[in-house]
Design a protein around this ligand. Structure first.
Ligand SMILES: *[C@@H]1O[C@H](CO)[C@@H](O)[C@H](O)[C@H]1NC(C)=O
Ligand SMILES: *[C@@H]1O[C@H](CO)[C@@H](O)[C@H](O)[C@H]1NC(C)=O
Ligand SMILES: *[C@@H]1O[C@H](CO)[C@@H](O)[C@H](O)[C@H]1NC(C)=O
Ligand SMILES: *[C@@H]1O[C@H](CO)[C@@H](O)[C@H](O)[C@H]1NC(C)=O
Ligand SMILES: CC(=O)N[C@H]1CO[C@H](CO)[C@@H](O)[C@@H]1O
Length: 344
């Protein structure tokens, strides 16, 4: 709570003095961390079986990341497992219990002395429910009322409306985000950040250019979201391979990360919004390493608008996945966790 006040004050102060950005560091990243995978695995198997189709993060790995200075964990879940029957339905008790345990394990580390530890609840649903594009703002708002109701007393939860909307009308994506915000606040969850995501896989590099099926870009639609608590985080994702999909371990160049963020950074500045780089990664090789460091340097330099960055990904089932930072033998762990540590 203290942090929240501080953040808002800092942002207001910065925006008031406006560009050019301060070279001097105002504060280090507020949210530095990791995507945690497992609960969203087996994403076409509903409801799926715990231990066979999906799993939960290994809680002791959270401690490893915390010991490396990281404080924010994006827990990837599935809407269909949390609220199984219909979006307006009720919570699945077993999945909720595991989610609550995971969230509380993280957020209970928060204290004035140790700092604050955040857990994002992030439906890895791409704007779909049982494979169908979500088109009812009422139903989507109801889903978020139900979920937020269960976590409204925990100020260190961040509600992440949906992972990577895509191939939808831009106006609908903005309306769904607004319905989520309204639903969350309506049940009395007033003190939590809400991470909104845009269309076109919420890519930073195409924030101002990629058009939805209605011809509208995120830059044209997302800036009008309103929140009575004024705690919206604009979550964007950025990968550094040729097509920006995060499927290759080759990065385009040592400068590609910064270059791909620049237009989004300008949009955040122009519109006085706060951004969160909610997914990023690169392969374990010198070009990617330089590109990731350069991108995080950009995030740090513009820390009046960018409040953090979350690596993709950790989780017990990634095995030798090229971007895995699962402690301690994930292929990217020893290269990238020390880099993240420097920026937090
Ligand atoms: C959980 O993580 C700890 C620490 O990294 C490790 O020692 C342990 O083997 C892991 N447990 C499982 C079930 O993967
Ligand atoms: C998830 O719930 C199961 C029981 O349903 C329990 O055995 C397991 O320890 C829980 N895992 C977490 C991370 O809470
Ligand atoms: C909205 O979604 C429902 C469920 O997927 C579908 O049946 C319906 O055709 C969609 N309506 C529109 C207008 O796209
Ligand atoms: C806000 O809405 C107006 C009217 O629809 C639109 O022209 C404008 O581009 C929007 N602004 C942002 C920043 O989304
Ligand atoms: C970029 C990336 O690795 N995306 C993956 C995220 O995780 C889901 C499953 O959890 C995969 O389907 C994506 O390919």
């Amino acid at each position: 709570m203290q942090l929240i006040t501080l953040l808002t004050t800092a942002l207001v102060a910065c925006v008031a003095t406006a560009a050019p950005p301060h070279q001097k560091r105002m504060n280090k990243m507020v949210f530095a961390g990791i995507n945690e995978s497992g609960p969203e695995f087996g994403e076409t198997t509903f409801p799926g079986v715990l231990g066979a189709d999906f799993t939960w993060p290994n809680l002791s790995t959270i401690d490893t990341f915390v010991s490396q200075g990281l404080n924010t964990f994006r827990i990837n879940i599935l809407m269909e497992r949390l609220v199984p029957d219909q979006m307006t339905g009720s919570l699945d008790e077993a999945y909720l219990a595991n989610l609550t345990d995971t969230v509380e394990y993280i957020t209970s580390k928060s204290s004035d002395k140790s700092g604050f530890y955040y857990a994002l609840i992030a439906p890895h649903n791409f704007g779909r429910y049982y494979g169908e594009v979500i088109n009812s703002t009422d139903d989507f708002g109801a889903f978020w009322k139900t979920v937020a109701g269960a976590f409204k007393d925990n100020p260190y939860v961040i509600f992440d409306t949906n992972n990577e909307f895509h191939d939808m009308p831009g106006a609908l994506v903005a309306e769904l985000n607004q319905a989520a915000i309204d639903g969350i606040r309506a049940v009395g969850a007033a003190s939590q950040y809400i991470a909104v995501e845009g269309n076109a896989y919420t890519g930073a590099w195409t924030w101002t250019t990629a058009q939805g099926t209605d011809g509208k870009t995120n830059a044209e639609t997302m800036g009008n979201l309103t929140d009575p608590s004024n705690m919206i985080l604009y979550e964007m994702h950025q990968y550094l391979d040729e097509d920006g999909s995060g499927t290759s371990e080759t990065c385009v160049s040592e400068k590609i990360g910064r270059e791909r963020l620049e237009a989004a950074t300008q949009w955040l500045l122009d519109n006085q919004k706060i951004g969160l780089l909610g997914e990023y990664a690169g392969g374990v090789n010198p070009t990617c390493q330089a590109a990731i460091e350069d991108m995080l340097t950009h995030v740090d330099r513009y820390n009046m608008v960018w409040k953090g960055a979350l690596w993709w990904a950790a989780g017990p089932w990634w095995a030798d996945y090229m971007f895995s930072v699962e402690p301690t033998d994930g292929p990217a762990y020893s290269t990238y966790v020390p880099i993240m540590k420097r920026f937090h």
